[in-house]
Ligand binder design. Sequence first.
Ligand code: COI
Length: 405
Amino acid sequence: MLPALRLATPALRRHHALGGLRLLHLSAARSAGGGAHATFQAATLQKSLTTSPKPLKPKEDLVFGHTFSDHMLAVEWTTRDGWGRPQIKPYGPLQLDPSCSVFHYAFECFEGLKAYRDAAGKIRLFRPEMNMARMNDSASRLYLPQFDGAEAIECIKELLRVDQRWVPDGRGYSLYLRPTLIATENTLGVHRAHSALLYVIASPCGPYFPTGFKAISLYCDETNVRAWPGGVGNRKVGANYAPSIKPQAEAERKGYQQILWTIGEDHELMEVGTMNLFVYWRNEAGERELVTPPLDGTILPGVTRDSILELARSWDEVKVSERKVSMKQVAKASDEGRLLEIFGAGTACVVTPVRRVFYQGRDYDVPLDPANPESQAGPLAARVYETLQAIQYGDKPSKWSVVVD
Ligand code: COI
């Protein structure tokens, strides 16, 4: 049975009405620990604001993840007391003991979502409930505390109200939000964390890649594997990212921009760099098909991935599949002229078209737009990108776009 305390929070009641995510959130709240506060509440948020706001950078000079807004959101948790009061305070260093478990055992998970400024100047979030649900899922795998996602969204909205001048305007620009949950216990013992900190920082950004919206090249890494059955590839944990840096650097040294992650003898496709992967081709049966690897536990359940699948299915023009596809099959399709497009998709990069893949000693060219030799994206990737942006920036009405009023 769900303790009455949790249903009593207004945000949880609101969420109750949302149907789809209800079960996830209720179970998240249920396992948050002890008789202590099983979630924090936006209504108890405290604010202490900076007295020295920083100057804004011209948006054209922004480099992804280099600039941070004036404030951050922080909430502490202990097994004894549960969640404390959320706080908005000046952005600044954390004071942590060197023995803190986050530094030793990768006791950390995070999220990435963006706030956009629409044509009327209002700030919008894109499907934030999915990020909160995924964060609870990641937290659960690390035995870190969970929380009511709707309460977290209310706190994030307040952070956005406080730091609203940091949300840049213009397509391609946004305020990237980085919710992060770390274990803060000062002990080297390998056991569950008894204290944790959830914080959210905000970073104004333009395109993720310095090259902007340009098609990229991929290096299919046959040695290193990003995730495996029974692992944590489907959780947004920091431990999935640090081991990718060296293979990525080696791919760059060979002249490619991102890694194509695969697994198994036939090199089943997994992800590309930090993105989910889509292949658009004429399959062996001659059908036009947009295909992405299934959520089998090794693939990150991306919000952009999910949105692209829903959009493409609603257009009802090509077959849309979540199924396993190998690089061997893609290479064959390329040789037979059946490969139409490849693109990556993620919050930070939105949609990133691919123009070339290195696999087993040779390059495979991936078509972009055959009608336009100058193009940087195939027609499907361009359509998906345009539609997502139209929704994110409020130009196309959608239930996915949440206004911060
Ligand atoms: C995102 O798309 O939000 C990501 O998580 C990529 C990030 C690691 C830069």
